[in-house]
Design a protein around this ligand. Structure first.
Ligand SMILES: [Zn+2]
Length: 256
């Protein structure tokens, strides 16, 4: 028993490679390929398919898709690591997350984690509290729901559940007491994150002008771990995770 406890402690504190269970999410609902619009790339969809990293797979746990069309049935089982602010995240990416934070510091940017892993129950509370705030401000039910829904995912539709997503704010923005706001995207730390996160396996998940694909408005603070090769490909071609997965699916289903 002693050994087991020790081993458990080790799991909780050090990076351990475990497989994310994917059984709690059903078959992936992918976007129509007509929606793919790589805004930084001159390549056609066919050329992008050709250029995909060889190991890109719909079954890769790091590419798990959770959005309004792909909802979780139950909280995922995982080991946790914790950020400096005490937010839990998936221990599988302990090294990658810390490498990102260290690189940012070397570039002169200091990030605070505002949010990382969330359970379904926590997200439900999150949604309700924003909704109730709008109701208290005098908005109608419909307006309060609409405004909440623009930024806050329904309980079972947030990828924060994967433990691979983080909301980060730089101290260059936070020192003015500012919170999650799109204007943050103009600040040095946010620009650094958007341009360099892919080197550590992270993408800016909700890109400007892609809300019709991701289901969420532009969020300069929300990053998602997908793995270095995938992140670099998405960054280089201006693709969202939804578009990337649709490309993989095209490759897999193409007639030879
Ligand atoms: Zn977020």
């Amino acid at each position: 028993m002693k050994f087991k406890t020790k081993w458990r402690y080790f799991l909780m504190t050090v990076v351990v490679l475990i497989t994310l269970p994917v059984k709690n999410i059903g078959a992936i609902e992918l976007i129509d390929t007509e929606l793919i619009e790589p805004f930084k790339s001159d390549l056609t969809v066919e050329e992008l398919v050709e250029a995909l990293p060889e190991d890109a797979s719909l079954d890769d746990p790091a590419l798990m898709l959770i959005n309004r069309e792909n909802r979780l049935e139950a909280d995922l089982d995982m080991e946790f690591a914790w950020t400096g602010t005490g937010h839990a995240y998936n221990a599988n990416i302990f090294e990658e997350f810390n490498a990102l934070i260290t690189a940012a510091e070397q570039a002169g940017y200091y990030f605070e984690t505002v949010s990382a892993h969330r359970t379904i129950a926590y997200q439900a509370m999150n949604f309700d509290s924003r909704y109730n705030m709008y109701i208290a401000d005098g908005y109608s039910d419909a307006d309060a729901f609409y405004m909440t829904d623009m930024f806050i995912a329904p309980a079972d539709a947030t990828e924060h559940s994967t433990g691979l997503a983080f909301d980060l704010l730089g101290t260059d923005w936070q020192e003015y007491g500012r919170d999650l706001h799109q204007a943050y995207g103009q600040y040095g730390s946010a620009i650094w994150l958007a341009e360099n996160g892919h080197d550590y396996g992270f993408i800016l998940r909700y890109l400007e002008g892609k809300a019709h694909i991701t289901g969420y408005e532009y969020e300069p603070w929300h990053i998602r771990y997908v793995g270095k090769d995938h992140a670099s490909f998405m960054y280089e071609h201006g693709l969202t995770l939804e578009e990337y997965l649709a490309l993989i699916n095209l490759r897999d289903t193409a007639e030879v």
